[in-house]
Design a protein around this ligand. Structure first.
Ligand SMILES: *Cc1c(COP(=O)(O)O)cnc(C)c1O
Length: 496
């Protein structure tokens, strides 16, 4: 046998890329830039919340060639990214349900990225695994779930809802769907209100249950599921040859933040042997506040709960908890074993048995470190602050003759519209006014909020996510809407 050929050392490019001194210098620059960004955004100066550029311009501005040799250093991309990104830490950010992350969590995100412990097995997540288990345990306890509860962290509420419905299917289908397949028994269905997040409908279709797999339950005028309609929905499911296995409740719902009445829904599920899944992606964090915990009363009776830490826990995306009242169900969702990873018997310390992901971000470490570093009190204050902002905005809308609330906010989401005296009545023209005003404010970059379709009409919508927003920005937003309305429709009177 001839000797193996010599292996040359890594190329200079490789050693330079992994150089610790270079990382240190880039890191210092990054932290300085991020701190400047934070200081500028929270100073409530004239900085725009959104440096809006039309898509062709904004997208066309970035080089798309990637030459063999470096074209930029990291700093160039950092600086340009900061300059052209929406600023969630700006007090006039009144937009989507995405929070300005508490800054320390971003640092731990960098820690997680560099360590890159894959987490499917304990060996690949020596710190991340205990962190995730501790976070799940704390969340379960916060919701009042029993000691049998347990679960997992996964990449987003949409995936979380699919995971929980997989577990519900395996538990309640009446046969081993994982092994036999869906075709072995009558098609399944869940009962759910149209106000539920679209990921529920998607999950139902991905599970192969088709459009008939989600049986619609009526909602009341506050956009909450009506428990008194569940019996009808259950009967309807059976009439069309479905086996209903679960009710999906929202706590709160995406469009309006409305909380479905969980105690009555839980009563119904218990009486009919149905799994109760609570989609608390947005609103389960209400449990952190004694003032708001009544909204999720009954959540401890759920068989499964989804809770996004990257919404009302101010964590960077993504970090979603799926929590089962009985931890055993966590294994039902993905009932097969990958033997090269998990050997034969169930190994609770290897978290990959419970998730669709194989490799997974160290998301639990970010929540764990934040809970330890800021205390639960920070999270309670955060929830109470953003809920209080919604009440403050609703009160301002109520007190203004030219604004109208769609419904009283239960959480931190407010839906309202501008309806000046002498302006158009409810209908297409009033709808168009909302959309035009919203676009005008976005383009100007002064205030960032949304518009949405609700019960057949167009409404302005804001999720108050920035705890540093104050009454001044809420007043300013209403003033900006009036001014924008003058610009888009000069004939409308604007006195309020
Ligand atoms: C945001 C949201 C989801 C989806 O969560 P992602 O983390 O964005 O995938 C699901 N349900 C509700 C009620 C939500 O508000």
């Amino acid at each position: 046998m001839s000797a193996a050929p010599p292996l040359p050392p890594p190329s200079p490019r490789l050693t330079a890329a992994y150089d610790a001194a270079r990382f240190r210098a880039d890191g210092h620059h990054l932290i300085d830039r991020l701190a400047d960004h934070l200081a500028a955004a929270t100073a409530s100066d004239d900085a725009r919340v959104l440096p809006w550029l039309p898509p062709a311009e904004g997208i066309g501005a970035w080089p798309t060639d990637f030459p063999d040799e470096p074209a930029d250093d990291l700093r160039t991309t950092v600086d340009r990214t900061l300059a052209t990104s929406i600023r969630l830490h700006h007090p006039r950010y009144l937009g989507h349900q995405v929070p300005p992350p508490v800054p320390g969590a971003a640092l731990i995100d960098a820690l997680a990225a560099l360590l890159n412990n894959g987490m499917a097995v304990y060996e690949m997540g020596g710190a991340a695994t205990p962190h995730e288990l501790a976070v799940i345990g704390w969340m379960a306890k916060t919701l009042g779930l029993p000691a049998t509860a347990g679960g997992l962290l996964t990449s987003g509420g949409s995936l979380g809802n699919l995971t929980a419905l997989l577990a519900a299917r395996q538990a309640r289908a009446g046969h081993d769907v994982w092994t036999d397949g869906s075709a072995a028994a009558p098609p399944l269905a869940v009962l759910v209100a149209a106000t539920a997040h679209y990921s529920i409908d998607r999950a139902v279709r991905m599970l192969g249950w088709g459009a008939g797999g989600a049986i619609a339950v009526a909602v009341d005028e506050q956009h909450r599921l009506r428990p008194d309609d569940l019996g009808r929905a259950l009967a309807q499911a059976r009439v069309i040859g479905r086996r209903p296995i679960a009710v999906v409740a929202s706590a709160g719902s995406t469009a309006t933040g409305a909380y479905d009445p969980l105690p009555a829904i839980a009563d119904f599920c218990e009486a009919h042997g149905l799994w109760l899944h609570v989609d608390g992606a947005h609103g389960a964090a209400a449990a952190l506040s004694p003032r708001h915990a009544h909204l999720v009363a009954g959540i401890a009776r759920a068989d499964s709960v989804v809770w996004d830490a990257h919404k009302l826990m101010a964590m960077p995306a993504l970090c979603t908890a799926v929590i089962y009242k009985d931890e055993e169900h966590a294994y039902g969702a993905f009932a097969q074993e990958a033997s090269y990873l998990f050997a034969r018997e169930r190994q609770w310390w290897n978290l990959g048995l419970r998730t669709l992901e194989c490799t997974k971000r160290m998301m639990g470490t970010i929540v764990y470190a934040s809970l330890r570093a800021y205390g639960v009190g920070f999270f309670r204050d955060y929830v109470e602050r953003v809920f209080a902002l919604a009440q403050a905005l609703a009160a301002r809308v109520d007190a203004s003759a030219d604004f109208e609330l769609a419904l009283a906010p239960a959480a931190n989401i407010v839906c309202f519209r501008y309806r000046p005296a002498g302006g158009p009545p409810p209908g297409p023209a009033l709808d168009a006014l909302q959309a035009a005003v919203r676009t005008r404010c976005r383009d100007a970059g002064t205030y960032y909020f949304l518009d949405t379709q609700l019960a057949g009409a167009r409404w302005l919508r804001t999720a108050l996510m920035n705890p540093l927003t104050t009454g001044a920005e809420l007043d300013g937003a209403l003033a900006a809407i009036r001014a924008a309305a003058v610009d888009v429709a000069p004939s409308f009177p604007t006195a309020g």
